[in-house]
Design a binder for this molecule. Structure first.
Ligand code: ZN
Length: 139
């Protein structure tokens, strides 16, 4: 198997021959985060952002990433990033960085969501908006 054939098969499934070491970053922010400076107002600028972001992950050798913006999840942006990343063998998980203003520096918790289908996302979002599920509030 040539090196290029190996890389193609590895991109499709890095675990084809069992376990594999992968570089992962479970603390990624995107332009949807208020602390991330990247002006992108038009669709074209947003597409450029997605391409540059995924290219940066590839250059850094990242194969698994968690998009975890502060207290916010942008489904549209995530889907665009995931689609582009998947095309070059990078696996992105949805998530959020939950920030609580307590103590000297606050508390930040990284949360990874499951890699679910669009139908499950839609159902979960609808259920989260139901009055019976409004038990967590912020002060
Ligand atoms: Zn962070």
């Amino acid at each position: 198997m040539s090196e290029s054939e190996f890389m193609l098969s590895w991109t499709a499934n890095p675990f084809a021959n069992g376990s594999a070491w992968l570089r992962a970053d479970f603390h990624l922010h995107t332009r949807a985060d208020r602390e991330f400076a990247y002006p992108a107002a038009t669709d074209e600028q947003r597409n450029i952002f997605v391409a540059q972001y995924v290219d940066s992950l590839q250059r850094a050798g990242i194969r698994v990433g968690l998009i975890a913006n502060h207290n916010k999840f942008d489904l549209g942006e995530f889907k665009a990033l995931r689609k582009r990343a998947k095309s070059i063998g990078i696996f992105l998980l949805p998530g959020v960085e939950l920030s609580v203003n307590d103590g000297t520096h606050g508390i930040h918790i990284l949360i990874a969501f499951g890699n679910v289908t669009d139908e499950v996302w839609k159902k979960n979002i609808e259920e989260s908006r139901s009055p019976k599920n409004q038990t967590i509030t912020s002060g």
